[in-house]
Design a protein around this ligand. Structure first.
Ligand code: DX5
Ligand code: ZN
Length: 217
């Protein structure tokens, strides 16, 4: 089985104490910090942008996984890269026929790139760009908010993408995002995901070390 990495989403953190929150993730065994960037246009919510990533970069050594839920991500890719992102993922729904170009732009900045699909977008739409990606992200909720319920059809997509990735001669991570809990994580991993985003599950837990360990086990 693949090496499982846990990527807590700071969408569920206390934004007024972000430095402490990120340090606590690192101390409690997180592997990646998942940064949900929302613009109020691509999704119906607004979070934070480049400056937050820049400031988080200063308080942790963990890789920063920047999930851009914004229109025209190509306009901001270079600045997120400069701010310290380790990986930038962009939505098929935001880039459409320019997805390949945007992924190449991300790579040209020296940062890893990933493609994301919403629950109602078929794998088919990103099939051609998977070999280009360092990561593929399957949304198991409609993006915008933490604390939503996992949409089970994401499991079929994970299996479909895992089969594609396993047929390629490249290390590509397969990430799941939305509604992950300690109850459903086993089937998610069995379906082929190796990077597990968890927002409310981690931040609502009494003991962050324990939940991160449980999600990983
Ligand atoms: C949803 C975000 C997710 C979200 C996950 O738009 O992309 O990363 O924070 O939160 P949970 O784990 O609570 O579903
Ligand atoms: Zn996310």
């Amino acid at each position: 089985m693949k090496n499982i990495k846990i990527a807590p989403s700071i969408l569920s953190a206390n934004f007024a104490k972000m430095g402490e929150e990120v340090r606590s993730l690192e101390q409690n065994g997180a592997d990646i910090v998942h940064c949900d960037v929302m613009d109020g246009v691509f999704v119906n919510n607004i979070t934070f942008g480049i400056k937050m990533v820049e400031d988080i970069r200063k308080v942790t050594k963990l890789p920063l996984d920047c999930h851009l839920m914004i229109v025209h991500p190509e306009k901001y890719v270079e600045r997120f890269a400069k701010a310290g992102a380790d990986i930038i993922t962009v939505h098929y729904e935001a880039c459409q026929e320019n997805l390949k170009e945007v992924l190449e732009l991300i790579q040209s900045t020296g940062v890893k790139c990933g493609a994301v699909i919403n629950p109602d977008t078929p794998v088919e739409k990103i099939k051609d760009v998977i070999p280009l990606c360092d990561m593929v992200l399957v949304m198991s909720v409609f993006p915008g908010f933490g604390g939503q319920k996992f949409i089970p059809s994401a499991l079929d997509k994970l299996r479909e993408i895992r089969a594609i990735i396993d047929g390629l001669d490249k290390e590509i991570d397969l990430e799941i995002d939305g509604g992950v809990t300690s109850e459903n994580v086993a089937e998610i991993k069995a379906a082929g995901a190796n990077v597990i985003v968890a927002g409310s599950a981690v931040f609502k837990a009494q003991d962050r070390a324990e939940i991160i360990k449980a999600l990983k086990a």
